[in-house]
Ligand binder design. Sequence first.
Ligand code: SAH
Ligand code: SF4
Ligand code: F3S
Length: 489
Amino acid sequence: MTEDKIQKHFMEEFPTEPPVSEPERQYYFIQRAREDLKKMSEAAGRPLTFCVTTFGCQMNARDSEKLVGILEEIGYIEEPDEEKADFVIYNTCTVRENANQRVYGRLGQLGRIKKKNPHMMIALCGCMMQEPEVVEKLKKSYRFVDLIFGTHNIFKFAELLATRMESGDMVIDIWKDTDKIVEDLPSERKYSFKSGVNIMFGCNNFCSYCIVPYVRGRERSRNPRAIIREIERLVADGVVEVMLLGQNVNSYGKTLEEPITFARLLKEIEKIEGLERIRFMTSHPKDLSDELIQVMAESKKICTHLHLPVQSGSTRILEKMNRRYTKEGYLELVRKIRAAVPDISLTTDIIVGFPGETEEDFQETLDVVRQVRYDSAFTFIYSRRTGTPAAVMKDQVPEDVVKDRFNRLLEEVQRISAEMCARYEGTVQRVLVESVNEHDESLMTGRMSGNLLVHFPGDASLIGKFVDVSLDECRGFYYLGKMTEGKTE
Ligand code: SAH
Ligand code: SF4
Ligand code: F3S
């Protein structure tokens, strides 16, 4: 199977020189890495294993699937336990400082394990690697790392790995930015029935607190035909739900040669036969159009869930954040969405303690939380990111004040989301069965269109199927229930 896939890219003979064009070049290096790995396995006297550990957001999760796809093509065997694997890859996140600290902590631990395993290799990639200070620190104090690459050249993984295997030296390759999108590389999905699909990369918004535009580069949209083709292939392979991914999906298509709106793209995706559910994230309020709201209202496949990060309820702070909407504008948007899609679940991201945030500003945030009544909200303590405009703003808020606000916000968010969750009690909902319950093997876990989870008696044969479940008991942010009939599909 693997050989076939590689062969497909070389219609005639396997080339002796690396091809210049992508993805052929990477398939060439996959083949070379296969041969290198074979020798390494023979020397070790056993098959070699890998473990990819992902930090951060859905983008990174999707990137990790691409890394896994390539590693499996090369012939590595997956080992879920990081401490036992021969090749450990950290796909890192740097959105908040604590994400970075976690990586350094775990890396120290890995260094100790590597001393005992002569066949072990460690690779670091992802957003943290796009920060020059990080790479400097790694070069100085973490010499045992074998391979370092960034977000823009992840498609080159096979080539970099083959280079490392053949040279034995630490390989570092970081690109500052790129306008390149390489299609058609292998990828291994975590779930057989659902998949993330990148529709765009990078971000042009430069919210003043955020490092993502610096580490993920300028906004680039994939060609709609490439997206549709990928989804069609996924559906043919058993996928029934897709999550369209981008830092700001609402501005999809604007930079393409033939511009197209996100709403139009959704309409095209909706036509794909066999695809049952469409999700997307993240939506930036400033770019959420009436056209999109209408498409959502008319769609049979788009899920009744919208993640709409508000960040702050204070117009003054929103301006300093460079979010380009006001409190009133945001609330009006919410009103329009609820009018068009009455049972929509709304979720959000909120930052507390942005520089200059006063108690009054914070009260505005609480007010938005109470007015919108989110189904759930991710709450973050503001983290100062070097290089962003907010990092040098005056009036950084003292830690104890931020902690106190954070706790008050969390309490309000949780109280409301428990009430919101409970509104479906006693109803029957169609769910996509995702997994066996982690704590109780007799229960299955299904996801509703609005993104809530329900646990109910069943067996693993239901995974990937849609079933109707009665929501008997709300447990705060999830349900216990039972199936009302057999499989619906
Ligand atoms: N593109 C998405 C968000 C990506 S980052 C959007 O604009 O909605 C995910 C979340 O991390 C953000 O919504 C924000 O709430 C949070 N975040 C980003 N930078 C942060 C920082 N410096 N400190 C604290 N939280 C931050
Ligand atoms: Fe960061 Fe703003 Fe871009 Fe989201 S839209 S990734 S918060 S800069
Ligand atoms: Fe983190 Fe990079 Fe995502 S910084 S949140 S992994 S885009």
